[in-house]
Structures are given as C-alpha cells and as structure tokens.
Design a protein around this ligand. Structure first.
Ligand SMILES: Cc1ncc(COP(=O)(O)O)c(C=O)c1O
Length: 468
C-alpha cells in the first residue's frame, strides 16, 4: 500500500492544519443557544494542504475513466466527449437559465431546440422530436406510449403486445412492460439477425408493433429490415427504433427510410456527453409525420429534458458537420472490425462477418482448463485487463452467449491505441493458456481486487467508520 492510499483520517495529526485565516479583528459573536450547538467536536481530519491535494488527486486516480485510458465498453460506449462541448454547455447565458423563465425571454435556448429538431430530423429521417425524455430507456417508454396512443386514437384497443428480438437490449422489454404492453419474443437466426420466418406467425391483430435496434446488440445490421417493415406495417403494427446505437449509421442510413415510425436517440452516447454513472442523459424521441399529433399530447418530464446534454449534442453536430458525422460511423466500424479480425484466432467469434461499431466474442478459445484448475472466464479476462491499464469491455451481455465479451472501440481511438489493446488481449489469452490462475486472481495492481460485486452494489460502504 502506498502512503497516500491511506484514509485521510489515518493521515490526520493533532494540530496539523491546511489553511491560515487572518486574525479576527471583530468582537466575538453572541453565544449560540445550546439547542443548536454541536454536543461534541466535529471529527474532521487535521492535515496539511499538500495532504488534502494528494488525497483527492489520488482518489480521482483510483477510478478508471475515459480521460485516463481506453474504455472499450460495448453497448454503453464511453465515447469521444470533446471538451469544448463542456465549455459551451456551461456558458452562463445557457447554464444560468431557470426552467420557468418565459419562452420569450430565452430565444437562444428555443433556437437550440429548433435547430436540434431540424438536425436530428435530417440525420434520422423522422418528422418531429420531443426532447423531454432524460435517458434512452425513458425515450423507449415515451415512444411506446406514442405507439399505444396511436392505436387507441383509432379505436383499436386490441393491440396490447409488442415484439422484441431475443438479442434486444434489456431496457426494451422492460420499457414495454412498464408501458403495460405484453412482450412477445422473436428469436434470432444463427447469423445473429431476426428470424423473419419466426416473426411472420407472431404478427396478428393484437400486435402494437416491434422494437428493434439496428445494428442490433451484436453489432450486426438487420439486412432484412425492409421486409420486416412491410410485414409489420401490413399487419397494422408500428416499428420502433432503439437508436441508442446510431453512431455507425449516421450520415449513411436513416431509420425513417428503413421504415421506422418512432425512435429514440441516446444523445449521451452518440452525440457527446459521457454515458454511464446514471446521468445526465437525453433520449429524444422522433416520430414520422402521421404520429406528430400523438407526440404532442405527451408530457413525460417536468420541463424540456436535460438542456445541457442537448446543447452539447448541438455543438457536436455543428463542429463535425455533415461530412464528418458520416466519418464517425465509418471509423467506429473500421476500428471494431480491425480488433475483431486481429483477435479472432484467440477469442471465440460466434458470428463471422463484418460487424458495425461493436462485436461480441464468446470467451477464450483456449481457457487453459486442466486437471484441478478451472479455465479462465470472461470475468477473468476483464479483470486482468485492469492490470494492463485498460478498462474491460462489456461482459456477459448480450445474453445470447455464455461468455459474452462485447467490444466497442469508438471512432476516435488511434490505431496505436487499438494495437496496444490488441497486444494486451493476446497476452492475456497466452497467460490463460499457460496458467489460468494468473487471471483468476487478477487484478493484481489495483487498490482493490475482487470485491463481492453484488454486495458492494447492494450495501455500499460509504463511511470510513464502516471499514473499521
Ligand atoms: C441499445 C440500447 N438501448 C437502450 C439503452 C438504454 O439507454 P439508457 O442507459 O440511457 O437508459 C442502451 C444503453 O446504452 C442501449 O445500448
């Protein structure tokens, strides 16, 4: 343990002090009533200024962040978040607006919403957006409410089911259930795409619509999307597009042109703003022209969503412009395919072929299992990566594979970074084959190694006394 890994209370020495105040030139203040006074002294650590600075600096470095290293987290993308966007979103003219200020007094803010509506419309092919939803899942719920509203407004009350592929992101069936819709699962083919033949018999007068992610959570483009759209529409249903993963398609294909009627985007993912840690997020929902009426009737949050995130997205779109937005997708696809091809001789690739911005391995080809020694798992690989200074990919999702390892490099990582990651992944595969115990005990170089993750999430220890 390094000296400064100690708790700040352990660094405390009586009388040590990190500040100096000018001598008090004023008469003493009147005594406070006993009822509002502390009964004992406040237990603050007594440390010098450098100790305080080192304490917080060290704490900040005990965590892994996208600003400290490569973060290939599939599906949840810790992507490029240009610092200029942070600056723009904190400009006082924007940041200091109160949500109850009258519209007429904030024309600049209104303009951002109008411009974003236009920009997202151009990118997605949707007619109109609401910016009220504050996360992707919130957008899904909003979109499904629009779907229900549409059917009900036509007096069609029987459409209470929504079709969700077995590869779907977990929030899709959850949002459908929260919306009061029954989930009907459609299975995928060996090639990871929706089984259109299995879809056909599911389409009946009780189907409100289908929810799809394209590319799906395996990073694969649903090549039969046109046929799927015409089948669902033909049966009276609507198509919902989970656009959380829009980055590989921007400027190339538009959900509106694929036949989708409703969609959401994760601005905190595809359009700058770090994703994860619970927010802040923005999941605007767009609809085709015939659903605009239903969109306007909904109110899903107090005001107009997380304006700061929307503003960052606007800055991102403007700074890239049309041509470079397209490159986001092209580079993310190139990076993902490069890693996949360089590692598929040591990690199991369940579905061959070109992927979009992410792909899934199903664990190691040689996990090193032998008499009395269990093989290295995906969790072990993920933990070992920390020893080498890389964040783990998403693991054990999607659920279609037992040892899923879902890698998404994002578009801004250099070939040098990708090569360094590939080298480490190969090294880990070699270690597993030779002695999987190295991996079972990883990480070896982090402040803590293998906490009980369920217990840590359910009963987090947030006070130093609880550690004693
Ligand atoms: C495909 C997909 N759908 C939905 C979501 C949910 O988004 P959020 O976490 O903002 O609710 C995610 C998360 O990134 C996702 O990857």
């Amino acid at each position: 343990m390094k000296y400064y890994d100690k708790l700040i209370f352990e660094l405390s020495r009586e009388g040590r002090c990190g500040f100096s105040l000018p001598q008090n030139r004023y008469p003493a203040a009147p005594e406070l009533p006993a009822a509002v006074k502390r009964s004992s002294a406040l237990n603050l650590p007594e440390v010098s200024e450098p100790d305080v600075v080192r304490h917080y600096t060290n704490l900040s470095q005990m965590n892994f962040g996208v600003d400290t290293g490569f973060y290939p987290l599939g599906s949840c993308t810790m992507k490029y978040n240009p610092k200029i966007n942070e600056e723009i979103s904190s400009l006082p003219g924007f940041a200091s607006q109160h949500p109850l200020v009258e519209d007429a007094l904030v024309p600049g803010v209104r303009k951002v919403y109008e411009k974003m509506n236009e920009a997202l419309g151009a990118i997605t092919g949707m007619h109109a957006f609401t910016f009220a939803p504050c996360a992707g899942a919130h957008g899904e719920l909003t979109g499904l409410m629009i779907m229900r509203q549409y059917h009900m407004s036509r007096g069609d009350m029987a459409r209470t089911k929504v079709i969700v592929p077995d590869s779907a992101h977990g929030t899709n069936p959850a949002s459908a259930a929260v919306c009061g819709l029954q989930v009907v699962q459609v299975k995928s083919l060996e090639n990871g795409r929706i089984d259109v033949e299995a879809l056909k018999p599911l389409l009946g007068p009780d189907i409100a619509g289908i929810m799809m992610t394209n590319p799906n959570t395996l990073g694969l483009f649903e090549t039969q999307i046109k046929e799927i759209a015409s089948l669902v529409h033909g049966a009276g249903g609507l198509l919902y597009y989970d656009g959380a993963n829009m980055n590989p398609l921007m400027g190339v294909v538009r959900p509106g042109d694929m036949g989708f009627d409703i969609m959401h985007l994760n601005l905190h993912k595809t359009f700058s703003t770090p994703h994860g840690g619970g927010g802040p997020g923005s999941g605007p929902v767009g609809v085709a022209k015939h659903l605009e009426g239903c969109l306007k009737q909904l109110r899903v949050s107090g005001f107009h969503g997380n304006f700061g995130v929307i503003l960052k997205a606007y800055a991102y779109i403007l700074s890239l412009g049309k041509d470079h937005l397209k490159k986001v997708g092209q580079y993310s696809v190139l990076g993902a395919n490069y890693i996949k091809e360089c590692l598929k001789d040591v990690y199991k690739l369940p579905i061959e072929g070109v992927c979009k911005h992410e792909f899934v391995f199903d664990g190691l080809i040689n996990d090193g299992a032998r008499e009395g020694v269990p093989g290295a798992t995906t969790l072990d690989v993920a933990k070992r990566l920390l020893d080498y200074g890389f964040h783990a990919p998403t693991i054990y999702f999607p659920l279609l594979f037992h040892q899923a390892l879902m890698i998404e490099p994002t578009e801004t990582e250099s070939k040098d970074t990708l090569d360094a990651f590939i080298e480490v992944m190969r090294k880990i595969a070699a270690e597993a084959a030779e002695d999987p115990n190295i991996l079972h005990e990883a990480p070896h170089n982090t402040p803590i190694s293998r906490p009980d993750e369920t217990a840590a999430a359910r009963n987090p220890i947030l006070k130093f006394q609880d550690t004693l």
